[in-house]
Design a protein around this ligand. Structure first.
Ligand SMILES: [Zn+2]
Length: 292
């Protein structure tokens, strides 16, 4: 069976693999520093496999310029990469947002199989989503119809988001922003969301109050999402979520009801867990970029 190349450029992880149908091979992953250019690693991998496998599907953290085939990577010092230009000569390249890829994979193999209305929502370095309404994946004029991490949840607050604007959901509870927000709320310095959750599980009162606050913010964001798109299922993923699944699930079920108008959808965990996006990139390549 013919194979394709799949690339997942996350905010802090890079995953690469080849797919023959559903079978994943040659999977490698790196944790990347914000000072490197992921394209160097991608090109090295593609050089090795492009003679036997094509086309290339790339699922990337955004925001994206779908017509140019470029993205601005907020977590890599706002580095702009044009994947199509950079990988010229290695076969056709198709790109999409990483959360759309996650949604594609869950639609084909996972939790969205039986529905036409689904949201794939990730809590990792940032907060992002892929959205399917009535069987169509939403794209938008530049390819960013689903940038829900940048929903304004507090228009009066000056907490600055990684994108440079104020009061965005991700600026409070995206993994990368959580330590900064924790400092603002408690005056205590931490370096990672893991550290905050560790203090939470130990029952340290400041961390318990902070996670309560964050879950209220997450519930408000989730409610906005449900009221905007009316999904049947919300598929949750991303490292911050997957490492703290029980807390998120319990709190979101409980708190979202206070904010949402529409009927609550089912909340569930991505069946492919951290591999949804790389599977989705493979599906994107197989579909030659033609999304449902
Ligand atoms: Zn933002």
């Amino acid at each position: 069976m013919k194979c394709v190349i799949a690339v997942d450029v996350g905010a802090s992880n890079l995953r690469l693999a080849t797919f023959s149908g559903r079978k994943m091979k040659n999977r490698i992953s790196f944790k990347l520093q914000s000072s490197v250019n992921p394209i160097d690693y991608i090109e090295e991998y593609i050089k090795k496999f492009s003679k036997t496998c094509s086309p290339i599907g790339i699922a990337s953290a955004g925001p994206i310029d779908i017509k140019k085939g470029s993205v601005k990577l907020i977590n890599y010092n706002n580095l702009t990469i044009n994947y199509v230009e950079s990988l010229k000569g290695y076969g056709d390249v198709y790109i999409t947002n990483d959360c759309i890829a996650g949604l594609l994979a869950e639609k084909r193999f996972g939790e969205a199989k039986k529905t036409k209305n689904a949201v794939y929502l990730t809590f990792s370095s940032g907060i992002g989503a892929g959205v399917m309404v009535d069987g169509h994946i939403l794209i938008g004029k530049d390819g960013n119809a689903h940038e829900i991490g940048h929903l304004v949840l507090n228009y009066e607050d000056d907490t600055v988001c990684g994108c440079g604007k104020n009061g965005h959901w991700e600026a409070y509870c995206g993994g990368k922003s959580m330590p900064k927000f924790f400092y603002k709320v408690t005056g205590k310095k931490v370096i990672s969301p893991e550290e905050i959750f560790k203090m939470y599980y130990e029952g340290q009162s400041e961390a318990v109050e902070f996670i309560e606050k964050c879950m209220k913010i997450n519930a408000a964001g989730l409610a906005s999402l449900i009221d905007a798109y009316d999904p049947e299922v919300i598929i949750l993923s991303g490292s911050v979520y997957l490492n703290n699944e029980d807390v998120f699930m319990k709190k979101l079920q409980e708190l979202t009801k206070n904010y949402v108008m529409n009927r609550m959808p089912e909340l569930t965990t991505a069946r492919l867990r951290e591999d949804s996006v790389i599977f989705g990139a493979g599906i994107l390549a197989t579909l030659k970029g033609k999304l449902p």
